[in-house]
Design a protein around this ligand. Structure first.
Ligand code: HEM
Length: 313
């Protein structure tokens, strides 16, 4: 995955990373956002209707190995799972298509995002991390996108396996006949969505989600459906903060079935750099400005993380 040569984009990426470090502190070897995580492996099997949407390799072949990382929000590696700032949770899915060939989906558990572009996100980050809570309220109250995002954050999940995750940024899907449609991913848990009341969450252990997942996967596979909400003509396809009408067609792309925790989890998490841009035939990025920016931020950050000393397990 290449670093873009747009100097302004790189400068903004560096500025955002500096801001994350200011807010969450330096934690060399960990992600500046979604720092606490765990990785699993399994397989993706496409549905019968997947090829109506895309000719991408994983929609066409019988099944594809996947690597998945679940995470809490924030750049704090030891953040308690029931901390008020631990939502939205993250999921990053890597489809391993061949040796060193892959494509990813990066999604989170809020059906919303506070800004349309990187500059707007930086403004949001600075505003909501101010000491003065009245000023935070004032910012959120006077910025409709920030307010919509805050309201889209769901209560704490019972399990990473019982949360729904949203890709938000539209992708351009092309099928074998050259028919092109824009769509957005939703990752739907087969076990059903379930959230905790505030009281129940307060009574949980600091590691409840990670412990629960280890226990759950020890008993059998954990499954999610990958669905794509398809845009119609006139829908806004370059702004992750704009929702499409709920009656838009939803195509099921397929199912992921997670079966194994990754051995040497900490080392693998440090190494893997997920890419929000798909970079394969049949699925292209939309013009959403978040995509290039995030790809640059994740790559710069990932290279820095890889060069930090190895974690002690
Ligand atoms: C301006 C927009 C955004 C910025 C600046 C940003 C920033 C970051 C950063 C710095 C990381 C850590 C990267 C790394 O070191 O690997 C990260 C990870 C992540 N972000 Fe974002 N993000 C943005 C938008 C989004 C959106 C829209 C979503 C969800 C749809 C999202 C979901 C995630 C997830 C799930 C991870 C963890 C990926 C992993 O497991 O490696 N982010 N983000």
């Amino acid at each position: 995955m290449p670093l873009p040569n747009d100097e302004k984009l790189i400068a903004l990426s560096e500025e955002i990373l500096k801001e994350f470090e200011k807010v969450f502190g330096p934690h060399p070897g960990f992600r500046p956002a979604h720092a606490k995580g765990t990785m699993l492996t399994g397989r993706f099997t496409p549905s019968n209707e997947a090829t109506s949407l895309t000719r991408a390799q994983h929609a066409t072949q019988a099944s594809t190995p996947v690597t998945v990382r679940f995470s809490n929000s924030t750049g704090i590696p030891l953040l308690p799972d029931n901390d008020a700032n631990a939502d939205p949770r993250g999921i990053a899915i890597r489809f391993n298509l061949a040796e060193h060939v892959h494509t990813d989906i990066v999604a989170h558990s809020a059906n919303g995002f506070p800004a349309t572009d990187g500059a707007g996100f930086l403004e949001f980050l600075r505003a909501v991390t101010q000491e003065d809570k009245a000023k935070v309220q004032e910012f959120v109250g006077s910025h409709p996108k920030a307010l919509a995002f805050v309201q889209s954050i769901t209560p704490m999940p019972v399990s990473f396996a019982q949360e729904r995750y949203f890709g938000l940024t539209a992708m351009k899907f092309t099928n074998k006949d050259g028919v092109t449609r824009f769509g957005r991913y939703t990752i739907v848990p087969e076990a059903g969505e379930e959230h905790l009341s505030a009281d129940a969450a307060a009574g949980k252990d600091a590691n409840y989600l990670f412990d629960e997942f280890t226990e759950r996967i020890g008993k059998g596979p954990v499954k999610f459906k990958i669905t794509v909400q398809v845009a119609e003509d006139g829908d806004v396809i370059n702004d992750a903060t704009v929702h499409w009408p709920a009656d838009r067609k939803v195509v099921e792309l397929g199912t992921i079935e997670l079966t194994q925790p990754v051995a040497a989890d900490a080392r693998e998490q440090k190494q893997i750099i997920f890419d929000p841009i798909p970079r394969l035939d049949g699925i292209e990025p939309s013009e959403d400005p978040l995509l290039e920016l995030r790809a640059a931020v994740y790559l710069i950050s990932g290279r820095k993380r890889r060069s930090a000393p190895e974690p002690t397990e």
